[in-house]
Design a protein around this ligand. Structure first.
Ligand code: FDA
Ligand code: NAD
Length: 399
């Protein structure tokens, strides 16, 4: 059993959706393009986990189908249902999966009230569990994006929330201690509790297989009606290990998003691509890079000679409660904070080897966010950090 296509997109997430949109925008004939996804729904905007589906018509969509092996030399994919799908060009958009507690030597992921959040099925389940626990205790394991965003939603939905994570402050991959402390104070005022510098060691379970308490390494324990786990992700590269070059835990691609085999492209969370601005290969786990890398790969495939190198300015953002921040560039080097940390608008610049390389802003206007984005792309030389601190946001607005 087999089918052949010119273009195959493997994965049905954000990057797959944007790649499909770009293919149709540029014009593909009926039957040329196929998307294969494990999920039972067509690609959707993951951040909102809304049902804003992305897919145009005229594309062969193979849903609810796990691809179990890939043969890069033969240009074929084998599905769990036994079908062989061959391609001329493959776009790998397999994204990432949530890391499980078991991968840290712990147990309990299967418990009825332990939730992860990666896809629509997870989101539906989390909402169901949450609704059965209103007024009860939620323990959030992990102090990153999922931890912060879920803790906010849980407390808004009237659960008592405690966050547990090993670092000294939240969002340790990005926030400085000063930035983190602003958000933590805000969360505390909303009723969220923080337990830092420790990790869970085990769950107590009832006879129905539900968690009743979370035991911590420091010897303490927390009563729990539900648990949300957000302890990072692992890119879905397994199908291509040993067949394509890997870097930074992902599939290494060039500035055209092309992998070490010239018929294969990788986009989104799974791709490690050269960030020209930093002169370095990076793998980013954010939606803007998924959308733009997908569009770039399709442009490169359909316009083989002419496409420029992908020249991407990393962009991350989050919105919780009434707060909203944006970050552009790289959080490397020395940090200069600015603005009013007791008010609504503040931020930070990162200066690495004499150049401004990163900017963070909370509570900005559209114009202010545009200004920090623009200035970060310019990488201006900074001679006097004190002067930059004094000028604050005014520095970006004046550039
Ligand atoms: P994604 O994970 O979206 O898709 C991968 C797809 O491949 C899935 O459909 C999967 O089923 C499929 N797949 C994998 N292996 C397969 C196989 N072998 N066979 C068949 N199918 C397979 N970012 C941001 O910048 N701002 C934000 O606010 C948020 N918010 C946010 C909320 C939540 C809840 C999550 C989980 C994530 C975010 N993100 C975010 C991150 C952002 O959503 C993420 O970077 C993109 O979804 C990455 O898109 P991809 O298409 O690369 O992977
Ligand atoms: P993350 O990398 O942001 O955070 C992981 C957190 O896990 C760390 O901050 C740490 O506190 C914690 N941790 C690590 N080991 C632990 C352990 N043994 N016990 C307890 N905690 C431990 O990952 P995430 O929050 O799981 O998010 C998953 C993915 O979703 C990421 O790729 C993220 O970029 C993406 N996402 C992005 C956004 C956004 O951009 N606004 C929103 C949601 C999710």
């Amino acid at each position: 059993m087999g089918r052949a296509f010119v273009y195959v997109i493997l994965g049905g997430g954000v990057a797959a959706g944007y790649a499909a949109l770009e293919f149709t925008r540029r014009g593909v004939s009926h039957g040329e393009l196929c998307i294969i996804s494990e999920e039972s729904v067509v690609p959707y905007e993951r951040p909102a986990l809304s049902k804003g589906f992305l897919l145009p018509e005229g594309i062969e969509v193979v849903l609810g189908t796990w691809v179990k092996s890939a043969d890069v030399k033969r240009k074929t994919l084998l599905t769990a249902t036994g079908e062989t799908i061959s391609y001329k060009f493959l776009i790998i958009a397999t994204g990432a999966r949530a890391l499980k507690l078991e991968e840290f030597g712990l147990n309990g992921s299967d418990a009825g009230n332990v939730c992860y959040l990666r896809d629509l099925a997870d989101a539906t389940r989390l909402v169901d569990v949450m609704q059965s626990c209103i007024g009860g205790n939620a323990v959030v394991i992990g102090g990153g994006y999922i931890g912060m965003e879920c803790a906010a939603s849980l407390v808004i939905n009237k659960l008592n929330v405690t966050m547990v994570f090993p670092e000294a402050h939240t969002m340790a991959r990005l926030f400085t201690p000063k930035i983190a402390s602003y958000y933590e104070d805000y969360y505390i005022a909303k009723g969220v509790k923080f337990i830092k510098g420790t990790v869970m060691s085990s769950f107590d379970m009832d006879s129905d297989g539900k968690v009743t308490a979370v035991n911590l390494k420091d010897g303490s324990w927390l009563p729990a009606d539900m648990v949300v786990v957000g302890i990072g992700i692992r890119p879905n590269t397994a199908l291509f290990e040993g067949q394509l070059t890997m870097e930074k835990g992902g599939i290494k691609v060039n500035g055209q998003m092309q992998a070490s085999d010239s018929s294969v492209y990788a986009v989104g969370d799974v791709a490690a691509f050269p960030v020209k601005l930093f002169g370095e290969t990076r793998r980013l786990e954010h939606v803007d890079s998924a959308r733009k890398s997908a569009r770039h790969a399709v442009a490169a495939i359909m316009d083989l000679e002419k496409t420029n190198e992908f020249d991407y300015l990393p962009f991350f953002y989050s919105r919780v409660f009434t707060l909203s921040w944006q970050f552009y560039g790289d959080n490397a080097g020395e940090v200069v904070h600015f603005g009013d940390f007791s008010g609504n608008t503040f931020g930070a610049y990162w200066v690495n080897r004499g150049n401004l390389v990163g900017s963070f802003l909370e509570g900005g206007s559209k114009e202010q966010y545009e200004a920090i984005s623009k200035v970060t792309r310019l990488r201006p030389a900074i001679e006097d950090l004190g002067e930059l601190e004094k000028l604050g946001l005014g520095y970006a607005l004046a550039e």
